[in-house]
Design a protein around this ligand. Structure first.
Ligand code: 89V
Length: 344
């Protein structure tokens, strides 16, 4: 099989895991790296044996023969880089969050459609092994018809140390984490029929909100509460970046809890089994469940890029998550819930 050649744009904190993920997924080859600070691209190129380095995107695109590009830069550059690549007929894979506003995300998709190139979003959270197992068990239906669920990602982890730019975002936790948790909600329960959100700021030294709570009605009338926080809550045990999920159904309940234990409780009793994520040598142990989810996410995108099927996390699909992200800010600002019509 000939490998698909790609360039990665951006060589910050996330890019080395993204590159390792592509290597693990297989069938693709990174042939060039771009960073506006050339030395940062050079360092990563040496580490991963990437042959070419650029500090100018247009020169890279004019020089390299590529099958797609992977955008791993800060969010405010995603739209422009997408426009440049799509204009040259190149499929685009882009990091979440897709864009800084809903209008910008819509424009990115429209540009790709206009140039007839696919757009994929590296939305990995729904690919976490324990979450995939949770989805499988939920769909087996033993807990009956779900009517209420909770998705929690609450942490005191010093996230700003590894990703300092997060402290500078005017809209922080819903764009960074809500992009993931709201996407998981869609993946498990379907599309939103309504949304209400409230936010808070616990850290005084950051720009955006770091606490958010959303109440949604989703799919076939399921009430879903999404709770997120980065705050020094002095949790008895820090669990970053684990997501906890509880679903109540007409015949039982299902819980994804600490250390990847899934507990299914029905009239027959409780069945508990642990579903830890795979461990990769290249993964940062503080992020293992997230880093390992990069691999199936990229394998899914790679097979779609080879024309072997559709991917889950297309730009078109992710736009529905983006609508929930910015809908949450709108609800928090106005104090009003949004209807399905307002979210469409
Ligand atoms: O995946 C991410 O969006 C990261 C983190 C795990 C820290 O939220 O920014």
């Amino acid at each position: 099989m000939t490998k698909l050649k790609f360039a990665m744009l951006g060589t910050g904190f996330w890019s080395r895991y993204q590159l390792a993920g592509w290597n693990e997924a297989g069938g693709v080859e990174c042939v060039a790296l771009y960073n506006r600070t050339r030395s940062r691209a050079e360092a990563l190129a040496t580490e991963f044996g990437v042959p070419a380095v650029y500090d100018d995107v247009k020169t890279l695109l004019d020089t390299e023969k590529l099958d797609f590009i992977d955008i791993c830069t800060n969010v405010e550059t995603h739209a422009e880089l997408t426009r440049l690549a799509a204009g040259r007929g190149l499929p685009v894979v882009c990091q979440k969050p897709m864009a800084t506003t809903l209008a910008e995300a819509e424009a990115m998709l429209a540009t790709c459609q206009q140039h007839n190139v696919p757009l994929f979003i590296n939305e990995n959270w729904r690919w976490q092994y324990p979450i995939r197992q949770f989805k499988r068990i939920l769909e087996e239906g033993r807990i009956g018809k779900p009517f209420r669920a909770r998705i929690d990602m609450i942490s005191g982890f010093p996230v700003f140390q590894n990703q300092p730019f997060l402290a500078e975002l005017e809209q922080f936790i819903i764009t960074d984490l809500g992009s993931h948790t709201l996407d998981v909600a869609r993946c498990l329960f379907g599309e939103a029929n309504s949304l209400f959100c409230q936010t808070h700021k616990a850290h005084t030294n950051i720009k955006g909100e770091d606490v958010a709570t959303m109440m949604l009605n989703m799919g076939e009338d399921i009430t879903v509460l999404v709770q997120m926080a980065y705050a020094e809550n002095y949790l008895e045990r820090e669990a970053f970046p684990q997501t906890f999920i509880t679903v109540e159904g007409t015949k039982g309940s299902l819980e994804l809890g600490l250390d990847y234990w899934i507990r299914e409780t029905t009239a027959d009793g409780t069945l508990a089994k642990r579903y830890p994520p795979p461990r990769y040598e290249w993964a940062n142990p503080f992020y293992d469940v997230v880093h390992s989810s990069i691999v199936p996410c990229q394998a899914d995108i790679a097979q779609a890029l080879r024309g072997e099927g559709t991917a889950e996390t297309t730009g078109e699909d992710n736009l529905k998550t983006v609508r929930l992200v910015f809908g949450s800010y709108q609800s928090a600002a106005t104090g009003l819930p949004l209807t399905a019509k307002q979210l469409a």
